[in-house]
Write a protein that binds this ligand. Structure first.
Ligand SMILES: Cc1cc2nc3c(=O)[nH]c(=O)nc-3n(C[C@H](O)[C@H](O)[C@H](O)COP(=O)(O)OP(=O)(O)OC[C@H]3O[C@@H](n4cnc5c(N)ncnc54)[C@H](O)[C@@H]3O)c2cc1C
Length: 169
């Protein structure tokens, strides 16, 4: 089966002498050379450093696109801080007007709004539901999983990722 291309990523080659700023300014995510695995028809080897929620979500997006990654973490198990968050009831997101929600990011609001538009609080609740966890809105507008626990959700998330061929190291 041919390997699908990576249409949503910005691909470019940079010479070693090119200043780092140039690469950052171009928002280059992957440096793809002509003999890259994708072009050679092999699945690319993708490493994600950090098995917190950010790394796990990145792994999920990649797995869904057909690129299961290897996730590395310095700790012996994934999502340790996420588990700590569960002690406070696991406030997943907020149920409020979108502008009010994005204002919670203060000076990062402008920068983060496009990402938040692509993955809204409603979509986050749907994501939890698809993992098997209904959510509810507390009196403060905070959104929690029904059991207010992180461990079952994390377990289900990791199992789903492993079924999708994500490897944890
Ligand atoms: C007590 C507490 C309660 C919280 N409550 C909530 C809440 O209710 N709702 C909420 O949304 N957030 C809450 N948070 C915050 C939430 O836990 C963090 O926002 C979230 O974990 C950040 O995710 P992350 O993936 O960016 O980073 P992290 O969860 O910190 O994950 C980063 C991972 O990378 C690994 N790592 C770092 N450096 C390296 C390296 N060099 N090599 C290999 N691995 C590395 C770390 O071991 C870690 O596993 C809470 C946090 C705490 C501490």
């Amino acid at each position: 089966m041919p390997t699908p291309s990576l249409p949503s990523l910005s691909l470019s080659t940079t010479s070693p002498a090119e200043p780092l700023e140039t690469v950052v300014a171009e928002q280059t995510l992957i440096v793809q050379q002509s003999d890259s695995p994708v072009q050679a028809g092999r699945p690319p080897n993708i490493a994600i450093i950090g098995a917190g929620p950010a790394g796990l979500m990145a792994a999920q997006v990649l797995a869904k696109a057909g690129y299961p990654a290897q996730v590395f973490d310095a700790m012996p198990s994934a999502g340790r801080k996420f588990l700590q968050a569960g002690r406070g009831g696991l406030n997943l997101t907020h149920n409020e007007a979108f502008e009010t929600f994005t204002a919670r990011y203060f000076e990062a609001q402008k920068h983060l709004t496009p990402a938040l538009e692509n993955f809204t609080p409603t979509q986050l609740r749907q994501w939890a539901k698809e993992l098997g966890f209904e959510t509810f809105v507390g009196s403060s507008g905070k959104v929690y999983p029904l059991d207010k626990k992180a461990a079952p959700l994390l377990r289900a998330w990791l199992q789903q990722l492993k079924r999708q061929q994500t490897v944890f190291q």
